[in-house]
Design a protein around this ligand. Structure first.
Ligand SMILES: O=C(O)CCC(=O)C(=O)O
Length: 277
């Protein structure tokens, strides 16, 4: 077992059960990971993002409601506060512990805001289809910045789906249309009430971790407050480069032989390593 970094020791009693649930079910919950003052800094950074940072995903879904779903990716490349948050402190520390990974690299981050009243759902998908990497220790952290009960659009996961052999095509995220030129099966449109669909009501500072091959989705935000989330995608000790044809590109990945370990390629790819202390 990798040692628990000091920044995650206050979460030590939650780590064994979370590790086991991630292994068996494909997703797990950790409560109270981010302290209120740090959370406030992240919310301020999210609120400072402009229209060049966040795309109108509601528009992509053809929705005209007043409440919008907006999202962006790779904020860390432009805004140093996102880089610092994803690579230091409790979030990477607890993620490394749960993944049992001695090292961790930031693959990308993504701000996802659902205004109150947006009916736009995040469709069932796996992150694996979008990622130009793979490996059992490749995972996504979804941090709630606001109260995120299921009715406000916290994530739903398909139990055990990460253990199936099926590889899914990436879609447009808010529709089931696949990204042209990509490979794999179409993700199923599962019922959020299916007995094998699960998830949690999150408080600000709670987070979920899911395996890159776990099918997941989220409803619209039927609540009266925003649902701001920061999703951080990490590579661990066993992650290797695996470019997915047709998926949105990442700088440098097509210059690295498939199967190269991220540990060896991270400097070339410019992927920052988390400080696990
Ligand atoms: O926040 C959402 O609605 C979807 C997030 C998601 O699918 C992810 O971060 O992997």
């Amino acid at each position: 077992m990798a040692p628990i970094p000091a920044a995650a020791r206050h979460l030590a009693d939650q780590i064994p059960a979370a590790t086991e649930q991630l292994r068996v079910d494909g997703a797990c919950l950790l409560r109270g990971v981010v302290a209120p003052a740090d959370l406030e800094r992240v919310r301020a950074a999210v609120d400072a993002l402009g229209t060049t940072d966040l795309a109108d995903l509601s528009g992509l879904a053809g929705d005209t409601s007043v409440g919008r779903f907006r999202g962006g990716v790779d904020h860390w490349r432009v805004h140093p506060e996102f880089l610092a948050f994803a690579t230091t402190g409790a979030v990477p520390a607890v993620t490394a512990a749960v993944l049992d990974s001695r090292r961790l690299w930031l693959y990308e981050d993504s701000v996802l805001v659902k205004d109150p009243g947006t009916p736009v759902a995040t469709r069932w998908h796996t992150d694996d289809g979008y990622f130009h990497v793979e490996g059992a220790r490749t995972a996504t952290v979804w941090l709630a910045l606001d109260p995120a009960p299921r009715a406000s659009g916290s994530l739903r996961f398909a139990r055990g789906s990460h253990r199936a052999d099926t590889r899914y095509r990436p879609t447009l995220f808010v529709t089931d249309d696949p990204i042209p030129g990509t490979e794999g099966a179409l993700p199923p449109a599962l019922d959020h009430d299916d007995p094998d669909a699960f998830g949690w009501d999150l408080a600000p500072g709670d987070l979920t971790i899911h395996h890159a091959r776990t099918l997941h989705a989220a409803g619209g935000n039927l609540g009266s407050t925003p649902r701001r989330a920061l999703s951080i995608r990490y590579c661990g000790d066993d992650t290797v480069v695996a470019v997915k044809p047709g998926a949105p590109g990442k700088p440098g990945f097509d210059t690295v032989p498939p199967g190269t370990s991220v540990a060896d390629a991270a400097d070339h790819l410019g992927l920052p390593e988390a400080v696990l202390s």
